[in-house]
Every structure is written in C-alpha cells, then in structure tokens.
Design a protein around this ligand. Structure first.
Ligand code: AMP
Ligand code: ZN
Length: 125
C-alpha cells in the first residue's frame, strides 16, 4: 500500500465520502444542508444505519479544531432529528465514531454511525 494513502488518512481527492458529497458516486441521502450530509450505510448492521458526515473533509476526530465545534454540535442535532424521523428515538440507538486503526476506522472522512431499530445489547465491543 502507498504509505501516503493509508486507510484512515486518505486525502480529499481519493476520499469516497467526498465523492458522495460531490454526487460523483451514488448514495441514499436522508438529510443534507450546506455543511452536513447523512446517507444510508451501504452495509447496514441494523435496520437503521445512517452515516452523518461534515461536508468539510476531516480525516477523523484527531483533525478537529475549535472552528469545527459548531458543525459537530449541529451533527448531533441532525442525529436527534433523524432518530425521531426514523422512529428510533424512543426505542433507543447508538452513535459510533470509529477513529484510527485500533478504532476500526475504514473510511478516512469523519463520520458518525447512527445505528438502531433493534436491541443492540449492552456491550460496546
Ligand atoms: P468505518 O469502519 O467507521 O470507517 O465505517 C465506514 C462505513 O462506511 C462502513 O459501515 C461502510 O459500510 C460504509 N460505506 C463504505 N462505502 C460506502 C458507500 N459508498 N456508501 C455508503 N456507505 C459506505
Ligand atoms: Zn472526504
């Protein structure tokens, strides 16, 4: 593998989620505004599995700075809205942000997994 393009550290040009934002590859969007996109995970692990991403390319939580605090706050408000719309607000859900190699991050564009629609158990992993 090219050392400059390790998983979790890809650049914007190669980033699959940036391509989804630019509509260069298809997705199933469920929410979009100027700064945030939410779309269905292509390989869902539960009846509801949505990815919520900032349109700004950030590899991971490790790339966040103070100027990103508003969009990160807004992502949680969108997660709340989607959970209600998708009927899982009351039954419950899990929000996951895999980060880096040990965190199991496969796509190097910060994303929030919104997972629900079935009992997920009490174990995180
Ligand atoms: P992570 O392991 O946290 O990096 O999660 C990456 C997620 O992206 C996985 O759940 C994949 O199923 C999902 N994924 C990868 N490619 C696509 C795609 N083209 N459209 C939607 N979801 C995708
Ligand atoms: Zn990206």
């Amino acid at each position: 593998m090219d050392d400059n393009n390790k998983e979790g550290e890809n650049n914007m040009q190669d980033c699959i989620f940036c391509k989804i934002i630019k509509k260069e590859i298809p997705s199933q969007p469920v929410y979009e505004d100027n700064e945030i996109l939410a779309f269905k995970d292509i390989n869902p692990v539960a009846p509801v599995h949505i990815l919520v991403i900032p349109k700004k390319h950030l590899n991971s939580i490790n790339d966040l700075s103070a100027q990103d605090s508003e969009v990160i706050g807004n992502i949680f408000l969108i997660i709340k809205k989607l959970a209600a719309e998708l009927g899982i607000a009351d039954t419950g859900y899990r929000v996951v942000v895999n980060t880096g190699a040990d965190g199991g991050q496969q796509v190097g564009h910060l994303h929030y997994h919104l997972i629900g629609g079935k009992p997920l158990g009490t174990k995180i992993c």
